[in-house]
Design a protein around this ligand. Structure first.
Ligand SMILES: NC(=O)c1ccc[n+]([C@@H]2O[C@H](COP(=O)([O-])OP(=O)(O)OC[C@H]3O[C@@H](n4cnc5c(N)ncnc54)[C@H](O)[C@@H]3O)[C@@H](O)[C@H]2O)c1
Length: 383
């Protein structure tokens, strides 16, 4: 029987647009009998970006620089939208109003007000499926950690550290781009760029912060503009948020430390989560992407155990079980979870993508973090 197709349009054909297109081009990689996403339309203001797509995707029926003509097309079922943050609000709202399902990029609105406006439209359109992108939890070793968490093997939580460390900004000669401009990237800076990734698992476990104390840093004060001038660089480079959360499993408070750093010497794209509890602890980092580390606390002596997890993904794939898994695989699994949500096919039940409500929690946290840094005080949050 021929499998159902989901006709996808991509808005924003840059770094992430290509990653998405490449993922769905190799859908045969997944051993899954659900619908198959197919690239049917593309949109970018910069027409230079179109060529790679046109050369590689013969099924593209619409190529446009006007996103409205893409979202109004009857030939499109769902949109992946990866545009700069200042455009999220208007474009996401228009996509949802047009009745197209949406996998949108983080931070899902440049600020809290933009996110609230997107949320209003989502609640007016319950027939539209909306998710936010976050791929790192789909590493198989991290899926192992998530199952370990669900089984409550940690006892009472002491501390959770979730972070994302980059170092691309350590090169002070790197020209400024939109991700370093407050008016396009947003006042959150590194938090808006990296934060949703760090919060996906904590939020899913119900560890919504009840307070935050934030330490934000601006390290690169200027950058070349690529045209021979030096211009101010005003975004936050690094942020450490020390939060209190309550674990629904025990009703007890614990520390949740969220680190988002663009200037972390030695790191490239290191996403990690470390969970410390009275009975057990566990950690995963993309620095060692196969490794699931855990320890059981049984009295005096404690030692970490490492399991090398192969490529056994949430949605099974053709890759041999002992082979390595990477960023592109995690991204494809995330899209797989989105497609499962669209199809309502409940047989596999993969870890869900970030929900719209979870993006709102992240905006509440980052807005409180800005206030905390500005006032030097701990800020209380709605539980
Ligand atoms: N999930 C991840 O791991 C990840 C990684 C990087 C970035 N992102 C997110 O993805 C989004 C895009 O980031 P990127 O790195 O792909 O950026 P990018 O700059 O590489 O691409 C953005 C594209 O949007 C296009 N664009 C701008 N205005 C437009 C408009 N009005 N209509 C159509 N296209 C328009 C630009 O021309 C550009 O090609 C951001 O929200 C970012 O935070 C996610």
């Amino acid at each position: 029987m021929e499998r159902k197709k989901i006709r996808i349009g991509i808005i924003g054909l840059g770094l992430m647009g290509r990653e998405f297109a490449s993922s769905i081009a190799r859908w045969c990689h997944l051993l899954d009998d659900g619908p198959v996403p197919e690239l049917a339309g593309i949109c970018d203001k910069n027409k230079d970006t179109w060529k790679w797509y046109m050369d590689n995707f013969p099924g593209i029926a619409i190529a446009t620089d006007d996103y409205k003509s893409l979202i109004e097309s009857d030939g499109i079922d769902a949109i992946y939208c990866a545009v700069p943050h200042n455009l999220h609000e208007q474009i996401y709202i228009d996509i949802i109003k047009a009745g197209k399902h949406l996998l949108g990029e983080k931070p899902f609105g440049i600020d809290k007000a933009a996110n609230e406006n997107i949320m209003k439209i989502i609640s007016d359109h319950p027939e539209v499926i909306v998710c936010c992108s976050s791929e790192f939890p789909y590493f198989p070793a991290c899926q192992t950690l998530i199952n370990w968490l669900k089984n409550g093997k940690y006892g009472r939580l002491i501390e959770v550290r979730a972070g994302f460390h980059h170092s691309s900004d350590m090169d002070l000669a790197k020209p400024i781009n939109w991700k370093r401009m407050v008016e396009i990237n947003g006042e959150y800076g590194c938090m808006g760029d990296l934060g949703m990734h760090t919060l996906h698992i904590p939020f899913r476990m119900g560890w919504k912060p009840v307070s935050v104390f934030a330490d934000l840093q601006k390290i690169a004060e200027t950058r070349p503009d690529g045209k021979g001038n030096t211009v101010p660089c005003k975004t936050w480079d690094n942020a450490v948020l020390t939060c209190k959360s309550i674990d629904p499993k025990t009703g007890k408070e614990f520390s949740l430390v969220v680190e988002t750093k663009r200037m972390a010497p030695g790191a490239t794209n290191n996403w990690f989560i470390k969970v410390y509890g009275t009975e057990g602890s566990a950690k995963f980092s993309t620095h060692n992407p196969k490794a699931f580390d855990y320890l059981t606390t049984s009295g005096k002596e404690q030692g970490w155990t490492r399991i090398d997890v192969g490529s056994q993904s949430a949605i099974p794939s053709i890759t041999g079980g002992i082979f390595e898994f990477g960023f592109s695989d995690a991204f494809q699994q995330m899209i797989g979870a989105f497609v499962h949500e669209l199809s309502g096919n409940g047989t596999l039940n993969p870890f869900r993508n970030v929900t719209p409500a979870e993006t709102t929690w992240s905006h509440e946290l980052f807005t409180a973090a800005l206030e905390s840094h500005r006032t030097g005080r701990k800020i209380e949050l709605q539980p």
